[in-house]
Design a binder for this molecule. Structure first.
Ligand code: SF4
Length: 361
């Protein structure tokens, strides 16, 4: 099949084989790849709406026993710069976000062996009771596995207890590239790709909402990027449990791994191939936090239908050297500037007409 025919097939929602995905990713001109991804996105969501969520990330502890080489945020146990927030501090951050209209809270941190499952259960119960309008989209596969080890419990039981405490959604953090060769090189203490996928599967089977991410731009090859998309697509075929895919690139400036930052064109190419390859993922999110708002705006023409969150507060990516930040009005302005209409959503993609746009009036 010619390259053009493969692009046409993908733009119409046809399934790409692994070889076709690699070929498009490596050989298709970026403008053509972007046009196909945008056509597919407009076919899925024909109107002019672009969603976003008002959210915040609360990095409750930087103590971590996983020691990923791409991470500048963590501190090993007993390190003098290690911190863990009290529940009251976390609650005060939730209040700050809720007062600004937040409907989603991401409480995420290192894998701190001092923190037991009950610590999270009582925290989530308090958040759920005091802020019932806020969805707890929190932790990561690494933190869930850490709790299972500490408590000597099955992952499913840990997830079930977290869910009954109020955590209804598990973010796709910590996937990086779901290829064993890459994991061994950049995060050897992290769970293997099949375990990451299985934790997600179990969360989905329990009825939790989940997202999937990809951190690209470290040491992976082009083929390994497509392999990552491929294993996610397979799990989505099985469970249909992922709401969105969020690719973002590694920020190398202050991390032990070092390396080069991905370019804007590489970012757009990854977005476009993601929209085309992940034919069974409902949403593709522009992760403006690392490439910045202007690239986030361009992302809306490379397959993205969602601008992600306002991220009123965040530490992990900023510690690695990113300085990007945005207000709600800035986020809405770039959506409007691209010719779309900003629409506020919650974690489960319910539209939240009850929360006023910052640009309204
Ligand atoms: S990325 Fe997460 S798991 Fe890895 S060292 Fe940093 S905090 Fe720990």
């Amino acid at each position: 099949m010619s390259l053009l025919n493969v692009l046409d097939k993908a733009a119409a929602g046809g399934r790409l084989s692994f070889q076709e995905g690699v070929r498009l990713y490596k050989e298709a001109p970026l403008a053509d790849l972007g046009a196909a991804a945008h056509a597919r996105r407009m076919q899925l969501y024909p109107g002019s709406d672009v969603t976003y969520v008002i959210d915040t990330t609360i990095n409750y502890t930087n103590v971590c026993n996983v020691h990923c080489t791409f991470c500048a945020f963590f501190r090993p146990e007993k390190h003098k710069e290690g911190y863990t927030m009290s529940h009251d501090t976390v609650l005060s951050r939730v209040k700050f976000a809720a007062d600004q209209g937040a409907t989603q809270i991401m409480i995420q941190g290192g894998v701190n062996p001092e923190l037991k499952l009950e610590w999270f259960e009582s925290l989530f119960r308090r958040v759920a009771a005091e802020y019932p309008g806020v969805d707890i989209h929190s932790l990561s596969v690494s933190e869930v596995i850490g709790l299972a080890h500490i408590e000597e419990l099955a992952v499913r039981e840990v997830l079930a207890r977290l869910k009954s405490a109020g955590m209804k959604s598990l973010p796709g953090a910590g996937a990086e590239i779901l290829v064993e060769r890459v994991r061994k090189r950049i995060s050897a203490r992290k769970v293997k790709p099949d375990v990451w996928l299985d934790v997600m599967r179990q969360a989905q089977l329990l009825g939790m909402a989940t997202t999937a991410t990809m951190m690209f731009g470290s040491i992976e090859t082009n083929e390994e990027r497509i392999e990552h998309l491929h294993v996610l697509r397979e799990l989505q075929d099985e469970t249909a449990g992922f709401t969105a895919f969020i690719p973002w690139y590694y920020v190398p400036w202050k991390t032990p791994l070092r390396g080069k930052e991905a370019t804007g064109l590489q970012y757009l190419r990854v977005l476009a191939i993601s929209r085309l390859y992940l034919d069974n993922f409902p949403h593709l999110q522009a992760s403006w936090l690392t490439p910045g708002l202007k690239m986030g705006q361009l992302a809306l023409f490379y397959g993205c239908d969602d601008m992600g969150g306002t991220i009123l507060e965040e530490q992990v990516v900023h510690d690695a050297g990113s300085t990007n930040a945005a207000t709600r009005k800035q986020l809405e302005d770039i959506i409007i500037g691209a010719g779309f209409r900003p629409v506020i959503r919650d974690t489960y993609w319910n539209l939240r007409d009850d929360v006023a746009l910052a640009t309204a009036g």
